[in-house]
Design a protein around this ligand. Structure first.
Ligand code: XMP
Length: 333
């Protein structure tokens, strides 16, 4: 791709000029934007970039390993993986209000990241510590924070991002994706060698499974939810719609599983079960402001339900969410 090739050459030169021989630190989340930013900056300055990947224990199944394999393994980037699961779980214990959970997860994320940045500075691994903080801010984020947000009278959901972090850390900002729209970021990612599957993934909220486990978050719930969700996503990716020739993953804008901390009765063999319920959620939308529930084939829903109930011990009932937005939101919290 000629045009993207030229774009990369230019962007790399710009990053090199801006950074010089200084060090850059970047919070890698596994999402598209931070991944593409990391790949681009790594292309420009190699080992002057250190990525910090905070695993809060509320990511998708095997997400942490996949991120490490991609960035440390294939791109040979410097990545520090911080397993902060225990820390997040203990902060979240006893908290069931959705906004309170978002705030805790957002604040804890900043704390862990700050601690890592400080450690890095102190460790003196051949450098004097980062002077730049890189972020995967894209053009729509720039617009959103430029006033449109302040007009809103009520916050329906506070989207957590790392606002104010550069000031707190005393770092300069490096935002190489600031002029790009989402589809351009995706093309750039592919051109930089990131796998298509990763770059064209459905969006995943910053608080992760924290807002997909209703009420109090528990490790036990997260482990069940991760497995159920992986089955749903796998079946969506593997089922092709004959009319369009596309997979149901590509035909939906966002799809995921929600953990309901409710027990219901079931039968298994000649025994009675009393286990948890999960809800499948799949929507079609162009802007995420309004959305329709996806008309998934019954055969697909049936297969997902059977697999979850048979393979995930602890879940004995699966329901499908047929609510539009509005009045429902896409996430359940
Ligand atoms: P709702 O549930 O508000 O979701 O209809 C709209 C889109 O926003 C995502 N979402 C979030 N993303 N932090 C995020 O980074 C959050 O706290 C958050 N809450 C919702 C949601 O996944 C959907 O794509």
């Amino acid at each position: 791709d000629w045009i993207m090739g030229d774009y990369i050459t230019e962007a790399v030169a710009k990053i090199k000029a801006q950074v010089g021989d200084e060090e850059v630190i970047l919070g890698l989340s596994g999402g598209v934007d931070s991944s593409v930013a990391a790949a681009l900056i790594h292309r420009a300055i190699g080992d002057q970039l250190t990525c910090v990947f905070v695993d809060h224990g509320l990511l998708r199944l095997n997400e942490g390993d996949m991120v490490m394999e991609m960035f440390a393994g294939r791109l040979h980037a410097k990545v520090i993986r911080v397993d902060a699961t225990e820390q997040f779980m203990s902060k979240l214990a006893g908290v069931s209000d959705p906004e309170a959970k978002r705030k805790i997860i957002g604040a804890e994320f900043v704390e862990v990241f700050k601690a890592e940045a400080a450690k890095l500075k102190a460790s003196g691994t051949g450098h004097k510590g980062a002077t730049f903080l890189a972020q995967g801010t894209i053009y729509p984020d720039v617009i959103e924070s430029g006033g449109a947000k302040s007009k809103k009278a009520v916050t329906i959901k506070s989207h957590h991002n790392v606002g104010g972090l550069p000031e707190q850390l005393g770092l300069k900002l490096l935002e190489p994706l600031r002029d790009l729209f989402k589809d351009e970021v995706r093309e750039l990612g592919v051109a930089l060698g990131l796998p298509r599957d990763m770059v064209y993934r459905h969006p995943f909220p910053g608080p992760g499974l924290g807002v997909r486990i209703l009420g109090e978050v528990k490790r036990e719930y997260a482990l069940l939810l991760q497995r159920a969700d992986a089955i749903f996503i796998e079946e969506l990716r593997n089922t092709v719609d004959v009319e369009t020739g596309k997979t149901w993953y590509d035909l939906t804008s966002q799809a995921f599983t929600v953990f309901l901390p409710v027990k219901s009765v079931g039968v298994m063999g000649d025994g009675r079960t009393y286990d948890y319920v999960v809800a499948l959620r799949a929507v079609v939308t162009s802007d995420f402001m309004t959305a329709h529930w996806a008309e998934l084939p019954y055969s697909l829903l049936g297969k997902v339900s059977n697999r979850i109930i048979n393979e995930v011990r602890g879940i004995n009932r699966v329901v499908y969410d047929i609510s539009g937005k509005p009045p429902a939101t896409i996430e359940w919290e």
